[in-house]
Design a protein around this ligand. Sequence first.
Ligand SMILES: [Zn+2]
Length: 273
Amino acid sequence: MVMRWVVIAFLCTLSVSVTPSELRADGRFHLIFHAPDHPGEEVLRKEVIASGRFQEVVALLNSTFLLKESVTIRFGTNDGDGPSYDPENKTIIMPYGFIGETRDVLKRLADSEETAQLMAMTLDSLEFTLYHELGHALIDLFDLPVIGMEEDAVDGLATVLAIETFEHGGEIALAAADQFILTAEAEELVLEDIQGVHSLDERRYFNILCWVYGSDVKYYAGLPEDSELGPERAEGCEEEYALLADSWFRLLKPHMTPESLEDRGDQQSPAGG
Ligand SMILES: [Zn+2]
């Protein structure tokens, strides 16, 4: 049985009244929902706050990782730019505009009348994005080695974090995978996509599918066929996920709290082998 890294049991906290210098001092993750510059973004801000999703994630991160410096997760207006990690200010930036874009992309999958379902998928994909940016942050903060492309590496961490944290965390990663494939279908491939630091969206889609499937081949038994993952890739996914989860765990273990390691159940690898 897969041992989970952490047990979700905490009260939600929201840090909205502290200054950046105070944030740097206490070695914790802080969440800020900055007032948006555009009135249209206020509804997105309210929905994300009301979900409680990211307050929960921040409490989870604080119970899991030992930081020497504080990290700010800041939701705010960031015109024209996507989510990012700023190593100078140790800040993960989650633009409200990106929430709207995510929702618009996923709208094609959700029944248009089922806004609750659409919002849940949007929050799932956003949570994956936060874990992806967190991966960049952890590489910076813990001076972790990266072999291969960092963008692929942190997609892997985001998938592992979602799966090893939540009972059906694979759904979080699958929402992000859906967003990648829908974006790929809607946008024409240009040279910059191939030159860029990210793998192509189609590639990111199939990587995530393989890792989610590999995390629990019984639970996700229908996934390879439903998603065109293909039998050749699917065959190696269980091993691929186990190696991915174990590699990340070995890198992160020195930076994890004793409580989180205890909750995980002794010193086994996340994939139990
Ligand atoms: Zn990235």
